[in-house]
Design a protein. Structure first.
Length: 369
């Protein structure tokens, strides 16, 4: 009942109604639907409908997968929400989801099956410039045109990151000149703010990273380390880089990952190659998620490789060395991407790797034995 009481309070405030008594709202939602909503509809009149904006709705979906009681709001809210969607045509909803629809639970996807969806991208250039120059228009912070250009070059108009850099610039400017009207004239000031943004924006960067599947993380990390703000990397160069780091493109997931990242506006396709969509994101990935560390993500793409590696490692560590090489053959066959770099065992491992490499390169079935 508490969740519905909070929603009702927000609706009542927007409609200039007296705040309802929270104690009246039951866990089954009867009072909300039978008493509160009719009162709200009457107050709005026939020509207006209430609209509920539910931001970060996927967080509630994630809570369902946690060890919560069946009476927790995360479990009981979805069935009730379905009733509202189907039985209250005047009550409109806008759901804001930060994850791909295909990554949501079946319960949530079933809620959305009759709704329309709209992808929300970065700000258009004119809108982004208007946002950046808000303080300038208000006469509280001077800002050179080159500064505006540099901010947007770093953030690509991403709303949160643009706001973050501007906030850091504002704080820095007023810290240096608290009494007067400060101005930002030099792009070096923007670069200093960008460095601070990598730390201050840690949570949003991690959130974006956590939303990437394993294959996309590997590709993202590889391109971040191999490019700068102006350079691009071709698919051939990307393949060579992955192989030099002990990563073989073995799965369809890895082959499709660059194109998927372009579709998600994480990468740009430029001159037949790839470049990061947001320069600040590239800098963060290059510094915090280097390829050698991310390479183990491939074990999640081919779980058999990880399981076999752990088995071979256990044989080796406990002295069953003659059993380990055979399992290493199977590990490399299942997924040479990461296992080749971490397989223990000296000469035995080298022998296993040589045999499997020859078999893999020639395409023979012996590599799976």
């Amino acid at each position: 009942g508490q969740v519905l009481a909070d929603i009702a309070a927000s609706l009542a405030e927007a409609a200039a109604l007296p705040l309802p008594d929270a104690a009246l709202f039951d866990d089954h939602g009867r009072y909300f639907r039978k008493e509160f909503l009719p009162t709200l509809y009457a107050a709005l009149g026939a020509d207006r409908n209430p609209v509920l904006l539910l931001d970060e709705f996927d967080v509630l979906d994630m809570a369902v997968n946690e060890q919560l009681t069946q009476t927790a709001a995360a479990h009981t809210f979805f069935p009730y929400l379905r009733q509202l969607l189907e039985g209250e045509p005047r009550l409109k909803f806008v759901f804001v989801v930060g994850r791909r629809v295909e990554d949501l639970s079946i319960i949530v996807k079933s809620l959305f099956k009759t709704t329309t969806s709209q992808r929300v991208s970065v700000l258009e250039d004119d809108t982004a410039r208007t946002l950046v120059r808000t303080a300038h228009r208000q006469g509280s912070l001077g800002m050179a045109q080159a500064v505006v250009d540099r901010i947007l070059a770093l953030t690509a108009g991403h709303p949160y990151l643009t706001q973050l850099v501007c906030q850091i610039l504002w704080d820095s400017a007023y810290s240096a000149n608290p009494q007067g009207l400060p101005t930002i004239q030099r792009v070096e000031q923007v670069e200093a703010a960008a460095e601070r943004a990598l730390e201050a924006g840690q949570n949003i960067f991690e959130w974006i990273w956590d939303g990437l599947p394993p294959a996309e993380r590997v590709i993202f990390s590889a391109i971040a380390s191999a490019t700068d703000e102006r350079t691009v990397i071709s698919e051939e160069q990307l393949t060579q880089l992955l192989q030099s780091q002990g990563v073989r493109i073995l799965t369809r997931d890895l082959e499709l990952a660059p194109r998927t990242l372009v579709e998600w506006e994480m990468l740009r396709k430029v001159d037949g190659g790839y470049r990061f969509f947001i320069e600040l994101m590239r800098r963060w990935v290059a510094a915090r998620k280097p390829l050698p560390r991310v390479r183990d993500e491939l074990d999640r793409i081919v779980p058999l490789a990880d399981n076999l590696y752990r088995s071979a490692d256990a044989f080796y560590r406990y002295g069953f060395a003659r059993c380990a090489p055979h399992r290493r053959y199977r590990v490399v066959a299942a997924g040479p991407a990461g296992c080749a770099a971490k397989a223990p065992g000296g000469a035995a491992a080298a022998s296993a790797l040589a045999i499997i490499k020859n078999s893999y390169d020639s395409g023979t079935a012996a590599a799976t034995i």
